[in-house]
Design a binder for this molecule. Structure first.
Ligand code: DGL
Length: 274
């Protein structure tokens, strides 16, 4: 079983990539729809949510112990990784976050060692990508930019229209991006607009940029790890939990997973109020 969690529905882009690469592995997904967006919240609050979600997903009450926990949310990966790893260690479950695989792909891709990163406010304020890039390649330059309008825009289905193209233009015309040759999509939602990001960059700077979609990078990383370490693949049904359920979430889930997703609501009081 692969446990996957996110602040909400966006993490289904990661779940979808995992399903594509590892079709036989059951998924146990949790989207914290009662508390999203994480991208504007403080690291302290995000950590407290993440601790409880980790406990819920890995405890025997949810079924067989997962082989791996994937933190699909970039914001949680950026500010709560230690908390999540600490909690997961009680269950001896390894944790994969979404930042390292994307950074590794970006470093493989860049020729001029100048990488751009877009993400939520909290992700960008943490400098998690910048730190990881410069730990591996100290002289690399990194241009980071918070692009908070993209999440609600994509959830609204504004992916390829005038508004989405204006919003992308406004963000990506930042002169800090003029020299980058690689751009990391540092948020669960952005894979849905990868072609539009590429096109917008080209309009702004009259050349192309390599766009790094972390969902593919993460799925490849998980596959590598599982080939080494999978202990006991247990047949188990998929489960998709959310902490709040509305018709809007169900529709967004279809958009992000590419098919209907049977969402089950977990009472958030049971999970968060202790
Ligand atoms: N899942 C978040 C991320 O990848 C985006 C949505 C949110 O802000 O909760 O950063």
């Amino acid at each position: 079983v692969l446990a996957v969690f996110d602040s909400g529905i966006g993490g289904l882009t990661i779940a979808r990539a995992l399903r594509r690469l590892l079709p036989a592995l059951p998924l146990r997904y949790f989207g914290d729809t009662a508390h999203l967006p994480y991208g504007d919240k403080s690291p302290e609050l995000i950590r407290s949510f993440c601790r409880k979600i980790t406990r819920f997903l890995l405890s025997s009450a949810s079924g067989p112990t997962p082989d791996l926990l994937v933190v699909a949310c970039n914001t949680a990966s950026a500010v709560a990784l230690e908390t999540i790893q600490q909690e997961a260690s009680h269950f001896s479950v390894p944790v994969v976050e979404v930042i390292t695989p994307a950074v590794e792909e970006a470093l493989k891709s860049t020729k001029n060692d100048h990488i751009g990163v877009i993400g939520t406010r909290t992700t960008i304020a943490s400098h998690a990508y910048l730190k990881q890039i410069q730990t591996r390649r100290p002289l690399a330059r990194v241009t980071e930019k918070a692009t908070p309008l993209l999440v609600p825009m994509i959830e609204e289905g504004f992916i390829s229209n005038n508004i989405s193209s204006d919003v992308l233009e406004a963000y990506l015309s930042d002169t800090g991006f003029a020299e980058i040759d690689t751009l990391i999509l540092g948020c669960t939602h952005y894979p849905l607009i990868a072609p539009q990001v590429e096109a917008s960059f080209k309009r702004n700077f009259s050349r192309s940029v390599a766009v790094i979609d972390s969902s593919l990078a993460v799925a490849r990383r998980v596959k590598e790890l599982l080939e080494i370490s999978i202990k006991n693949p247990v047949p188990s049904p998929d489960a998709f939990y959310v902490s709040d359920l509305t018709t809007g979430f169900a529709e967004t889930a279809r958009l992000f997973f590419g098919q209907d997703v049977p969402l089950t609501k977990i009472n958030p009081d049971l999970l968060f109020n202790h």
